[in-house]
Design a protein around this ligand. Structure first.
Ligand SMILES: [Fe+2]
Length: 430
């Protein structure tokens, strides 16, 4: 006898492309249906609804007309089902006001299933138990080993189900997200046909500020007075250029996006998968992608006032001083490139390094590619000489807190210990 197949939610709701007034809710069902989201400010009265009348198994509904920095409750609904879907909540992004504070977490290489992944996730959620997390970022390699849909389902959507349903997130592309089990990475790198692009709704149209990139591989947005830029480090463009080569579409867009920030009174943070400096599980002295990123992009990022660059890929934690003019190999690093440091107390950590940035140029570099797996460096010259602090033993995630002209960074390990912290203080009058 034929079995009856009931319609079910097979991928729980996840929040994408937030702004102060809009957010995208996505989910998956096993059968094609229309899409409805009920939402409202009162959990017991979800008095708004948005529908999409197309039949889909991949549901994508954009909620609009929302108030900034406001908590909304929502529930996705299956046809003829008005009560059974689980209720989640989210906050819309805040609007630009210098007095406000923001906080977000970054998970580097989060898609390796196992104990480290769960411990780091739980440590971050415990940290935010009594604080607001505005959003979180995945730094690429979101599902091992090949970024297939099944791997995304098992190793990303399942362990991060609660976080994805309650906190909007942004993603950047990793090399494993570019694996293509059918035709090879190069095919995906050039055609962008990988599953990643089907899964994530990224703000390529300037949904939350920034110059529209028109390309989901890279984008930017504003959260309050923080401008965030996500760069692809592994794609190949139609003309054969790597995405970090001058003349590539990404490079030219990046320049425009940075030029538009000339009078920006705030922070500029770049995140990307391949870091320019590392001696963790990858060596930036010899890795051609890391060298290409470093030599082509760093002078540009410096010139336009980027403050912090965060990468993953290397399964370690590494943090440089604030520095300027250094684009070389580890052995070539000299303290003349590093800014003078001060000290400042960070709650939960103690005396931390304080980087004061008075001029336009100076970037602090972070690697945090170990939120689901860590691995001892295989390079005898670990740590990288440009790094102020390196750790290849603990897995962890990275928390950024913004308050007026101070950025506080905290590295939280899977054991719930804050093993590193530092502060960037910037003079916005420059
Ligand atoms: Fe990677």
């Amino acid at each position: 006898m034929a079995q009856t197949l009931n319609n079910q939610i097979t991928r729980e709701p996840y929040l994408q492309a937030p702004s102060p007034s809009e957010i995208t809710v996505r989910w998956r069902t096993n059968l094609m249906t229309r899409s409805t989201v009920f939402y409202g400010k009162d959990e017991r009265n979800l008095n708004h609804r948005t529908d999409s009348l197309q039949y889909n198994t991949e549901h994508e509904v954009r909620l609009s007309g929302l108030e900034p920095d406001t908590r909304y409750y929502y529930r996705v609904v299956l046809p003829k089902d008005t009560l059974t879907g689980k209720i989640f909540s989210f906050y819309t992004l805040p609007q630009k006001r210098l007095s406000e504070t923001y906080s977000f977490a970054l998970f580097g290489d989060p898609g390796s299933p196992g104990e480290d992944q769960i411990k780091v996730r739980d440590a971050v959620m415990k940290y935010y138990a009594d604080k607001k997390m505005d959003f979180w970022i995945q730094l690429g390699d979101n599902a091992y080993r090949h970024g297939t849909d099944q791997e995304f389902q098992n190793d990303f959507f399942t362990p991060f189900k609660e976080m994805l349903g309650h906190y909007p997130s942004f993603s950047t592309l990793g090399n494993h997200d570019y694996h293509d089990v059918d035709f090879g990475s190069k095919y995906a790198q050039t055609t962008k046909s990988n599953v990643y692009f089907k899964i994530f709704s990224l703000p390529a149209r300037g949904e939350a500020g920034g110059v529209p990139s028109g390309n989901s591989s890279y984008y930017s947005m504003d959260v309050g007075h923080v401008h965030l830029i996500s760069l692809d480090s592994y794609g190949i463009e139609k003309n054969g250029k790597m995405v970090f080569d001058p003349g590539s579409a990404q490079y030219e867009w990046l320049k425009q996006d940075l030029q538009a920030l000339e009078n920006h009174r705030g922070f500029i943070i770049v995140y990307t998968h391949f870091p320019p400096f590392s001696k963790g599980t990858h060596d930036s002295d010899s890795d051609s992608i890391m060298i290409g990123m470093r030599e082509n992009l760093l002078p540009l990022l410096e010139r336009y006032g980027v403050d912090l660059l965060i990468g993953g890929h290397s399964h370690a934690y590494e943090r440089s001083p604030m520095m300027k003019g250094f684009y070389g190999k580890s052995a070539e690093f000299d303290t003349k490139y590093a800014f003078r440091e001060y000290r400042k107390n960070v709650e939960g950590f103690g005396k931390a390094d304080l980087y004061k940035k008075e001029g336009k140029e100076g970037i602090a570099y972070m690697v945090t590619g170990n939120s689901s797996a860590t691995s001892a460096s295989r390079y005898p010259d670990f740590p990288h000489r440009a790094m102020k602090y390196s750790n290849d033993r603990s897995s962890g995630a990275f928390i950024v807190e913004v308050q007026k002209n101070q950025l506080t960074m905290k590295w939280l390990t899977g054991n719930g210990i804050m093993e590193d912290a530092f502060v960037i203080e910037k003079d916005f009058r420059r």
